[in-house]
Design a protein around this ligand. Sequence first.
Ligand SMILES: Cc1cc2nc3c(=O)[nH]c(=O)nc-3n(C[C@H](O)[C@H](O)[C@H](O)COP(=O)(O)O)c2cc1C
Length: 151
Amino acid sequence: MCSVNIIIGSQMGSAEYVGEQLAEQLISLGIPTEVHDQPSFNDINQDNTIWLLCTSTYGAGDYPENLLPFIESIKQALDLKGLKFSVIGLGDTSYDTYNLAGRNLEALLLSKGAHCTAQRLELNILDESLPEETALAWLPQWIEINNLKSL
Ligand SMILES: Cc1cc2nc3c(=O)[nH]c(=O)nc-3n(C[C@H](O)[C@H](O)[C@H](O)COP(=O)(O)O)c2cc1C
């Protein structure tokens, strides 16, 4: 069965909490899932898995600090053909650079030949008192799209 690797970009913990809640739910459905809150590119399996990248945005559309080494490694990777991924972005629409980290990360992975399996989920923190609830409500359709069979 295909596994899920949840890759977290978070500074204050909201994206991390969303990722952890999704992991808990996926595991309870029998879908092997790992969470990477300090992601190291070389340590994350790329075969027979889907990367679910869950990141907030900081600065003027920057990546959260914990994600920076991982992003650098992706930029240096020659070819990520065969890698499947989806993105969840947490942001705040009061910034011109709304959700830019999630959008840029998706574009970066696509530029390396990776395959985006589902439309990006963007969570506007101004509308979401509990972003993890919205993400959990979105999860079943993501499981379906990705054909992740539960046990
Ligand atoms: C200093 C600062 C800068 C931010 N910059 C952006 C931004 O450029 N674009 C955006 O969409 N959200 C921005 N945000 C909002 C965060 O992405 C949002 O609050 C998110 O939920 C934080 O998630 P985290 O707790 O996982 O770090 C910023 C927040 C702070 C505190």
